[in-house]
Design a protein around this ligand. Structure first.
Ligand SMILES: Nc1ncnc2c1ncn2[C@@H]1O[C@H](COP(=O)(O)OP(=O)(O)O)[C@@H](O)[C@H]1O
Ligand SMILES: [Mg+2]
Length: 309
């Protein structure tokens, strides 16, 4: 006779396997800590403390919150943050691309949501679930607007019920908070704004992605000023573009001795998201090229650490 269900060990791998149909499993060791504004860092730190203080909270009639909604412009680190949070708890992140839950046929989206959460039932305490770009659920695919609205409502009802019933940790992320259903918004225990970085965070992000090239603080201050309004993702692209150019341009026979030309090549190839403000470096390149020429160029490269590949 088979073992009674309650004695069976939770089958984590099976749950995660099934979740792969709708997303990706991100392991803790692959996580990277995003550079965030102090307010967001504090909210995350408090949440982690809350999760780790279950006993003390239960003694005063509270349970740790298990759901949070991260909202903010694209490329500000919402997915990175969810991954980092899961890693801090030593758990894999099931990063569900919500769009993949959307089906073409009537009732299919709701069934997919149910399939996802059923699949995770055994793994709910062994992973963190991220419903990424959650606004994608209910996007219009049908040509009949009425059928589409009905389908969206059905899917939403299923989603609300499933998130409510889920006993593990569930994070949702969206770039489009204004399009979120109010009931869905309220379903999460916290709503955390992950906004475009301020000067201090831009400086830290530029510094992180400049490694192993030596930019002194003054140079980074200058780049921080002319990238006001840039998302962390764009700042990363900018710095990685610089590093790529510094390594590859000489190989391609291209000169790297003019800082403005190198920056120009990058700003021509990577642009801010159309919904986001144009940072000064993109808006009026020529004005800022003069300032860029104050940077000692090309930057020196830190010596490679022993044993590093
Ligand atoms: N706050 C941040 N600090 C450092 N790097 C970041 C940050 N936000 C985004 N990035 C980098 O930009 C890329 C896209 O970030 P992502 O987390 O996908 O943003 P979002 O989910 O908000 O659209 C990632 O490769 C990440 O390394
Ligand atoms: Mg994301």
């Amino acid at each position: 006779m088979s073992e009674p269900a309650r004695q069976r060990k939770p089958d984590l791998s099976k749950g995660l396997d099934r979740a792969q149909k709708f997303g990706t499993i991100l392991m803790p060791h692959e996580a990277e800590e995003p550079i965030l504004a102090a307010g967001v860092r504090l909210a995350i730190y408090e949440w982690l403390t809350e999760i780790r203080s279950r006993g003390e909270l239960e003694a005063v009639g509270l349970t740790p919150r298990s759901t949070a909604l991260l909202y903010g412009p694209p490329g500000t680190g919402k997915t990175t943050l969810a991954h980092h949070l899961a890693a801090r708890l030593g758990l894999p992140l099931v990063a569900v691309q919500s769009e993949r839950l959307v089906g073409m046929h009537l009732g299919e989206t709701g069934r997919n949501i149910a399939e996802l959460f059923d699949g995770l039932a055994d793994a709910e305490h062994g992973c963190v679930v991220l419903l990424d770009e959650i606004d994608g659920i209910g996007s219009t695919r049908s040509s009949d607007p009425q059928a589409c609205a009905r389908e969206m409502n059905m899917a939403l009802t299923t989603l609300l019920t499933r998130v409510e019933a889920f006993r593990g940790m569930c994070i949702a992320a969206t770039n489009r908070k204004e399009s979120l259903d109010p009931a869905l918004w309220r379903r999460f225990g916290m709503q955390i704004s992950v906004d475009l970085p301020g000067g201090e965070e831009r400086f830290a992000i530029l510094k992180r992605y400049a490694v192993p090239f030596d930019f002194c603080d003054e140079d980074l201050d200058l780049i921080t000023d002319i990238t006001q309004g840039a998302s962390p993702a764009l700042l990363r692209q900018l710095m990685e573009g610089l590093k790529r150019a510094l390594v590859l341009h000489p190989r391609l026979g291209l000169k790297i001795d003019d800082v403005a030309i190198v920056f120009r090549a990058i700003t021509s190839a990577v642009a801010p998201h159309p919904d986001l403000p144009q940072p000064p470096l993109w808006k009026s390149f020529e004005t800022h090229a003069r300032k860029l020429r104050e940077i000692p160029w090309p930057p020196a490269r830190q010596p490679q650490k022993k044993g590093a590949a």
